[in-house]
Design a binder for this molecule. Structure first.
Ligand code: LLP
Length: 457
């Protein structure tokens, strides 16, 4: 991937951060150093060490507000944006999105607990998953959290658990809408061949089965067609399909009051990416649902959507320190940083591209300085950038990688027993820790040496 630092000069789109590569508060100060949220990134590393995840509060809140305002503007009925916490789950994130009036989507007991601890009201949390454990289902039920039923097995166990506890549960049904979309190239979780959701053709049986249960109340429908999507048409199609499913459910006596169209709006990682704005995406989804309801003389359901990446990705950056250089004449120069696939598994997993620059003298890019940016893990594929043009740099300099707020921290690992980085929140010149840096000792916490081995040594 080729990337120069010209992206730093792009005009900032204030009301749809997903259209920017950099957080909206990014500046280059008089010393030619990069700052975000009024905080000088080099000073942050001096204080909190590297690698460091940095989240910009203003960018986060602007993204949330864009969803809220667009829903109010375009959807004539009630609506609720729900944050897909798999993108970046923490007590802080739960707290922030709750303060913006969002609900939250969780897929495990860990994400549910984090949401509740962060202050998300239980009636605004939805519980997803294609293979929920009994313990997780019981946790959700005991906390009166709405469950999104994914398959027959899920339905059967929910029925058994609700009957055994003699407790009524509100459920939503997730289905695969079969949006293959001929020309559209994106990750197609909404296609028929997906591990998630009931098959479209089985829905009549599912509706019948639910109507025979004692304690399950079907109040909503859910579908999610994929992630990092730049096209609007698939979401236009989705709204219409979902309304036809409301009509189908009606035949079995179910009154669908909530329609959850999932997430999926893409963000700009590199200069080549051109995602629609949050406003355009919500306009498409809202009008498709509202028009289809009007056509079929249906009351408007509560419209829900589940953005993850487009809320948190652009708000986040990762700062690394440069260590070793290795030049292979005529081939390439490797520049190694102090993190890699453990804090950002997306390049090795999806061949994802990012944009980056030096923290000092960020605009300086020298066409002769082309590097392959490698991580520090014992794996040749641990490469963050295959080819990037940077300014003159040396060991000890800092690199800022943009767009890392989503699916970095949440997908991070301890491969090679590398502790996870700290996360700091920046706003108006203040930096606050929202996740402590792990230490090597933290990693030993769960190791157990059986007694007989201790005696031996
Ligand atoms: N709702 C459901 C049911 C989902 O499965 C997802 C994402 C979302 C909402 C949020 O989608 P978003 O707005 O973030 O596109 N690890 C991959 C992304 C996996 C997305 C999984 N589901 C990555 O790093 O690109």
């Amino acid at each position: 991937m080729k990337e120069k630092t010209s992206f730093l000069k792009n005009e900032i789109c204030e009301n749809s951060p997903n259209k920017n590569i950099i957080p909206v508060t990014t500046t280059i100060d008089s010393n030619n150093q990069l700052s975000i949220g009024g905080c000088n990134l080099e000073e942050l590393v001096n204080k909190y060490d590297s690698p460091l995840y940095v989240l910009d509060e203003i960018t986060l809140r602007k993204s949330c507000k864009a969803y809220k305002q667009a829903l109010e503007k375009y959807y004539p009925g009630e609506s609720l944006p729900i944050y897909a916490s798999k993108a970046n789950s923490s007590i802080f994130m739960s707290n922030l999105i709750a303060s913006e009036g969002f609900g939250l989507d969780a897929v495990s007991e860990g994400e549910l607990l984090t949401a509740l601890k962060g202050g998300v009201p239980n009636d605004k949390i939805v519980f997803h998953g294609n293979n929920k454990s009994d313990k997780e289902i019981e946790f959700a039920i005991n906390n009166n959290i709405k469950v999104i039923v994914d398959n027959e097995y899920d339905l059967k166990r929910l029925e058994e658990i609700s009957d055994s506890q003699n407790k009524y549960i509100d459920i939503m049904i997730r289905f695969t809408p079969g949006i293959e979309c001929h020309t559209h190239e994106y990750i197609r979780t909404g296609s028929f061949d997906s591990k998630f959701g009931f098959g479209f053709e089985t829905l009549h049986k599912v509706f019948e089965a639910v109507s025979k249960t004692k304690h399950l109340k079907l109040i909503g429908l859910h579908a999610h067609i994929g992630s990092q999507i730049f096209e609007l048409d698939p979401h236009n199609d989705l709204g219409e399909i979902m309304v036809t499913v409301i009509l189908e459910a009606k035949k079995y006596g179910h009154n669908i009051q909530e329609l959850n169209v999932g997430g999926g709006l893409g963000i700009k990682y590199t200069q080549e990416d051109d995602p629609p704005s949050i406003d355009e995406w919500i306009k498409t989804v809202s009008s498709s649902v509202a028009n289809a309801c009007k056509k079929n003389k249906l009351n408007l359901p509560i419209l829900m959507c589940e953005p993850g990446r487009s809320i948190v990705s652009t708000a986040g950056v990762t700062i690394y320190k440069i260590g070793s250089f290795k030049t292979i004449p005529g081939i390439r120069t490797y520049l190694s940083v102090d993190g890699g696939m453990s804090d950002n598994p997306r390049p090795i997993t999806y061949q994802s591209n990012y944009s980056a620059c030096l923290v000092n003298n960020p605009l300086n890019s020298n066409p002769n300085n082309k590097f392959t940016v490698a991580g520090k893990h014992c794996e040749s594929g641990d490469v963050l950038f295959k080819e990037i043009e940077l300014g003159n740099c040396k060991t000890g300099d800092l690199i800022c990688v943009f767009g890392t707020g989503a699916y970095n921290n949440s997908m991070s690992s301890n491969y090679n027993r590398i502790p996870k980085p700290a996360s700091v929140l920046v706003c108006n010149g203040e930096a606050e820790i929202i996740q402590r840096r792990e230490t090597p000792n933290d990693l030993l916490k769960y190791d157990v040496l059986p007694d007989r081995f201790i005696k031996q040594s």
